[in-house]
Design a protein around this ligand. Structure first.
Ligand SMILES: [Zn+2]
Length: 121
């Protein structure tokens, strides 16, 4: 018998994230604790999200004339762990947990726990 191959699947794959691209999120920890930003990208396989203006890093880049990139130090955002951000409700102006509800046409939507505002309208 051959040894079983270890699956490449990560533990994050099975769980859909509580945040999506375009959501406003509240940062719970780290150097940008307490700030809000808009989600630019969600990395499901890594369990991280890229948030606008959050977790800025300075990166030294080499010039690449072909791509029109000038060398030097570039300030950019680094992804943060998805567990460190909470969805921010713009209706009640506070971070919130979500609840799933079904619309009349059987579509699933994320709803604010406090004020029942829909996030996927
Ligand atoms: Zn709310």
């Amino acid at each position: 018998m051959l040894p079983m191959k270890r699956s490449r699947k990560t533990k994050f794959e099975a769980f859909p994230f509580h945040v999506k691209t375009g959501d406003t999120v509240f940062v719970l920890s780290g150097k940008n604790k307490g700030q809000t930003g808009i989600v630019r990208k969600v990395f499901n396989e890594k369990g991280t999200v890229l948030v606008e203006g959050i977790n800025k890093i300075k990166k030294a880049t080499r010039p690449n004339p072909m791509a029109g990139v000038r060398g030097g130090i570039v300030e950019m955002e680094a992804p943060v762990a998805a567990a460190k951000v909470m969805l921010y409700c713009l209706q009640c102006n506070k971070p919130t947990r979500i609840q799933h509800e079904y619309l009349a046409d059987k579509r699933k939507t994320r709803v604010c726990k406090h004020c029942k505002a829909q996030f996927d309208a």
